[in-house]
Design a protein around this ligand. Structure first.
Ligand code: ATP
Length: 212
């Protein structure tokens, strides 16, 4: 089973996340993509974080109707900060058979990947699927240099491979320049967020007066 793991604060989930996940799934032929909301993301300030339950519900609403998209509350059930390496171990321990895991992340996260807890172990346990999320001044070759020089991958055709045989795939996806920060900013100003997030998510945010 080729299984994608897509973690994030999803505060809230938006079409940028969903479209990237759909295109990565299609490009790599993944059977499933698990969306995994983080309890306490290690790299984010907590003051604007909506309650875990709300973020989980919004991810459920956003992904329903796509039979390849699943939601996991495994990080929300664990106490403390959400470290991806623990999540990967959880999936390996609990999934039936021998899942082939692909960790989905944007280029912004890949470029700071060495700051992640046990990043070497993550690259040993699973494949990386990096979707392109442009940042000012950053190019494709920065990413390729990082893959080879910082993370020890070797380029092999379309993919990079590491010594353990795990791959790194860089997938050019349709970039929708939406961020959760932008959405929270609009809500704080009582502006519309329609068509930046699925309609059910916009309704949920309104019903629960989130991010005001
Ligand atoms: P915030 O604005 O609160 O920092 P965010 O919109 O960046 O949040 P996260 O939940 O932090 O969303 O992101 C989870 C994952 O989704 C990360 O790997 C990030 O690179 C990716 N991502 C976020 N926004 C987009 C987007 N518009 N297009 C593609 N990938 C995205």
């Amino acid at each position: 089973m080729r299984t994608g793991l897509f973690g994030g604060s999803f505060n809230p989930i938006h079409f940028g996340h969903l479209r990237a996940a759909e295109e990565v799934r299609e490009a790599l032929g993944l059977d499933l993509v698990y969306f995994i909301p983080a309890a306490l993301p290690p790299h984010k300030p907590g003051d604007t974080l909506a309650a875990a339950d709300h973020r989980l519900h919004m991810v459920q609403l956003a992904t329903k109707g796509n039979r390849h998209f699943m939601v996991s509350d495994s990080e929300l059930k664990r106490a403390g900060r959400s470290y991806t390496v623990d999540t990967i171990r959880h999936f390996i321990a609990t999934m039936r058979g021998r899942p082939e895991l692909y960790l989905l992340l944007g280029t912004d996260q890949f470029m700071e990947f060495e700051t992640w807890r046990e990043c070497d172990e993550i690259m040993r346990l699973c494949n990386l699927a990096v979707h392109y999320r442009p940042r000012a001044g950053e190019t494709d070759s920065d990413l390729s240099l990082a893959a080879v020089n910082r993370f020890g991958y070797v380029k092999e055709g379309e993919h990079y491979t590491n010594r353990g045989g795990r791959t790194l795939s860089v997938i050019p996806t349709t970039f929708l320049p939406i961020s959760a920060t932008m959405i929270r900013g609009k809500l704080a100003l009582r502006k519309s967020i329609r068509y930046l997030v699925p309609g059910d998510v916009a309704d949920y945010i309104e019903r629960h007066s989130l991010y005001l």
